[in-house]
Design a protein around this ligand. Structure first.
Ligand code: ATP
Ligand code: MG
Length: 353
């Protein structure tokens, strides 16, 4: 089911009357049957957005639609949503089976049918064998799947996941996110997955919605957003290691960094910020941009060259090259820059030129 947010705004007022605009005129359409990653730094309004969709918070302004239906004033229990929080809060004294069946008892589903539906959901998320255990007898990943099964058992129209993996260790996080992707595909349920982890969002989402300071920054398929960021924030937020931001200049429709011409850009003469992806540097004896290598880290297939940033020592630049290049600290290396791996941004606004 398609979800539409129309210009929703949420303002929190503190006791001293100071106001926080947590979500600011947010317009999003979430396509039916897709998995959407709602992504952004801590405090950007992701959870607030999710809780407004769930009905746990009411927007100050704007409307929320499920399909054609305006659900803005509808109670959470009438919306047909399944919600999973970061700390999945299973009932510790109940078995896995009782935990999963619990939402059905509330709506008086007959016992036999409830048992059967709980088993189906448990099988779907891969914990069908663990029905008699108590939560404390499960690993974190298994507990998370119980929480997902419990959210799915009422056959919700929408599945809302708020940082569902953040309590898991790195390996389990990876395995569980693939599990979530599989469950979403198999059920075809419209799912919103909140995370501040760009890699997590990029890897499982059909589309990502990137927010900052309560404002939508960009929406699209992960690779499209990565390849074509609208502004400096988006370019910086996506990618590991992050994009290199280097002061530069446009002169006669040419882009210069550190005095070297790296490519063309039709725009008026001005100082700019040039973003170059770490993988956009090619070692080339005829390359225009010469950089002195400060440190070299080789991990498996890739070598990362660390280039000292003399303007700001904290922020060194990172260049990824093939590990077959044997480069030493102190080497001066010449590069050319891939045409589609650098972006030019307005110095004041951060908008892409
Ligand atoms: N109940 C509340 N009262 C006052 N301010 C709030 C309340 N809930 C959230 N905020 C503020 O609204 C902003 C958005 O919060 P929100 O929880 O939506 O962020 P988030 O993107 O989910 O962050 P995180 O990644 O840390 O979970 C923050 O500045 C936060 O401090
Ligand atoms: Mg949150």
């Amino acid at each position: 089911m398609e979800i539409t947010l129309k210009e929703i705004t949420k303002i929190f007022q503190a006791k001293d009357k100071s106001e926080t605009v947590a979500v600011n005129k947010l317009d999003i359409t979430i396509p039916s049957g897709k998995l959407i990653g709602l992504l952004g730094p801590s405090g950007c309004g992701k959870s607030t957005t999710l809780y407004m969709i769930a009905g746990l918070l009411t927007p100050n302004e704007g409307r929320i639609y499920f399909g054609d239906e305006d659900v803005t004033d509808m109670a959470p229990e009438d919306r047909g949503i399944g919600l999973v929080f970061q700390n999945y809060a299973l009932y510790p004294h109940m078995t896995v089976r009782q935990n999963i069946m619990f939402p059905l008892e509330n709506i008086k589903v007959p016992k036999q049918e409830a048992l059967q539906r709980a088993q189906e959901m448990a099988d779907l998320v891969g914990i069908g064998e663990l029905m008699n255990r108590k939560p404390k007898q499960l690993s974190g990943g298994q507990q998370q799947r119980v929480a997902i099964a419990r959210a799915l058992v009422k056959k919700p129209r929408v599945l809302l996941l708020d940082e569902p993996l953040s309590n898991l260790d790195a390996r389990l996080r990876l395995a569980t996110r693939e599990e979530i992707k599989r469950i979403q595909r198999e059920t075809g349920i419209t799912t919103i997955f909140v995370t501040h982890d760009q890699e997590e969002a990029m890897s499982i989402s059909d589309e990502i919605v990137l927010m900052d300071l309560g404002v939508k920054q960009q929406v699209g398929e992960p690779q499209d957003v990565y390849d074509d960021p609208y502004n400096l924030f988006v370019a910086k937020f996506l990618g590991t290691p992050p994009i290199n931001m280097i002061p530069g200049e446009i002169k006669n429709n040419q882009v210069f960094v550190k005095g070297a011409k790296i490519g063309g850009k039709v725009a008026k003469n001005q100082d700019v910020v040039v973003g170059i992806r770490p993988e956009g540097f090619n070692i080339d004896p005829k390359g225009s941009l010469e950089l002195e290598v400060y440190m070299v880290e080789t991990i498996g297939r890739d070598t990362t060259l660390i280039i000292k940033n003399f303007e700001d020592e904290e922020k060194s630049y990172r260049v990824i090259v093939d590990a077959r290049h044997r480069i030493q600290p102190g080497d001066k290396v010449k590069f050319n820059i891939d045409e589609d791996k650098f972006y030019v941004f307005n110095q004041e606004t951060g908008e892409r030129l």
